[in-house]
Design a protein around this ligand. Structure first.
Ligand code: PFF
Length: 463
């Protein structure tokens, strides 16, 4: 019997319990949809550019394999075992294990991280919408660097415009979330993920047709360890968590809908491989354009919105490819936002709210907090409330949210999760979910020793 058949028969036999993914494939698409997002297409290329290419990519791959995948397995497992929102799954598992119910804090911290990330993720994801319009209208044609900078600057300077796109993006996410697991999330990812893959393949195909594909390949895959710094290693580790949607409730929330009988280990590995493949493909789509136009690979966060449009504006068929590119970015961000929202919405449902009300309330609350990010990009750009601490000097609210989630909350949640699953939970419980054997032993070893050490170093280095 194929795993898909096992999954669907398992979900049928689970009725009339909570709704589950209809198949293993549905979970894979949803989890890959969560993982593949701005992190892969916006952030991965620019941090690779900033950190010198090949050697950084290798370290990043190692972080995904050695720490990311084991933590993902742990989170999906906790979700499936708890069968609730991250908060109540942790409460439920702590009860089953007969340990302190304070372990529920992992669920709270993770959900809070999902909520905060969603609030600013939506603002950034919103930027893709005006760029789709610009590309469609041919506004990028013939633009030089100064004009591209001005276009981006104007967008960031306008609280009204930013709010408009942020609102539109959040409405897209809420609209899907209202439909619930089967009719909302599953249906959306079944369309969006193949579309995303198609767009990406077309863009890589375009990259291959340029003269600079080889340069891009060498940049991504020829390691030069002399350019690797300790800070870069930590950036790679932090990004491994972000890109796999770990430590923020999403994988736990999606795991809660995973039918029994689906292999968590194999499925998580596949999701991680897909996420990594998309990040590398995004690099192979973007860097040939960067090199063909003599642009700076280390241009930072502006690489996609500031630098790339210049290149699109100068190449034949640029408006078409630019439209594809920004639609791709929008779809990727959309399916990620759904997973962050799910961690929150599921909890609201458990408080007695109907799905519709829960989705709208969760989205509305994140939207409201997102407005402070909008303002910190312009009107409040001088509002840097933690100036009295040297570490936070000059940081706007948006910078602080980013710092708090990526450098404090996510490493902390991942650390607590590793400790809980590695040391607190009974070995037999995780064996029940994952099966006993050498694979389980290796996984447990990593969670007990490697993950905590890696995270403690990350935490103290960054804070
Ligand atoms: N993995 C997403 C990305 O790479 O853009 C970001 C993300 C999604 C982070 C969901 C956290 C999360 F819970």
């Amino acid at each position: 019997m194929s795993s898909t058949t096992i999954a669907s028969s398992a979900s049928r036999s689970a009725a009339p319990g909570p709704a589950l993914w209809s198949s293993r494939l549905a979970f894979i698409l949803a989890a890959a949809g969560s993982a593949v997002g701005l992190g892969n297409i916006w952030k991965f290329p620019y941090i690779t550019g900033e950190n010198g290419g090949g050697a950084f990519v290798l370290v990043y791959l190692a972080c995904i394999a050695v720490i990311g995948i084991p933590v993902m397995i742990a989170e999906v497992m906790l979700g499936r075992r708890g069968r609730h929102s991250p908060i109540n799954s942790m409460r439920e598992i702590a009860r089953q294990e007969g340990v302190s119910r304070h372990w529920k804090a992992i669920g709270w911290l993770a959900t809070l991280a999902a909520f905060l990330i969603l609030s600013f993720y939506s603002v950034i994801a919103g930027w893709t919408i005006p760029y789709i319009f610009h590309a469609l209208q041919g506004n990028l044609v013939g633009m030089d660097g100064a004009q591209a900078g001005e276009m981006f600057g104007q967008l960031l300077a306008s609280p009204f415009e930013l709010t408009l796109w942020h609102s539109l993006f959040m409405v897209l996410a809420v609209m899907v979330s209202v439909g619930g697991v089967r009719h909302g999330l599953e249906r959306a990812v079944t369309w969006l993920m193949p579309a995303l893959l198609l767009l990406l393949v077309m863009l890589v195909g375009f990259g291959m047709s340029t003269d600079h594909f080889g340069t891009a390949l060498r940049f991504l895959f020829e390691p030069d360890f002399s350019s690797l710094t300790a800070a870069a290693v930590l950036v790679a580790l932090g990004h491994a968590f972000f890109t796999l949607s770990l430590a923020s409730g999403s994988m736990m929330a999606y795991g809660a809908y995973l039918p029994k009988g689906v292999s968590i280990v194999r499925t998580s590995m596949l999701v991680a491989v897909m996420d990594t493949a998309v990040a590398l493909m995004a690099g192979l789509a973007i860097f040939p354009i960067v090199f063909a136009n003599d642009l700076e690979p280390g241009a930072g966060p502006g690489l996609i919105f500031n630098t790339l449009p210049v290149a699109f504006g100068q190449m034949p068929g640029g408006s078409f490819f630019a439209t594809l590119f920004f639609v791709l970015l929008l779809f990727a961000a959309w399916t990620s936002a759904l997973s962050m929202l799910e961690a929150v919405v599921k909890w609201l449902e458990e408080q007695g709210m109907a799905r519709r009300k829960a989705a709208i309330s969760g989205g509305l609350a994140a939207w409201l907090v997102g407005l402070t990010t909008v303002l910190s990009l312009n009107v409040w750009s001088d509002f840097t409330p933690l100036d009295s601490f040297e570490r936070f000097e000059g940081k706007t609210l948006f910078d602080l949210y980013d710092f708090l989630t990526a450098n404090v909350m996510m490493p902390l949640v991942a650390l607590l999760t590793a400790v809980f699953v590695g040391w607190v939970m009974k070995k037999s419980s995780s064996e029940e979910e994952l099966g006993a054997g050498s694979m389980h032993r290796v996984w447990l070893f990593v969670l007990r020793y490697l993950t905590p050490v890696g995270l403690v170093v990350l935490f103290f280095y960054n804070v």
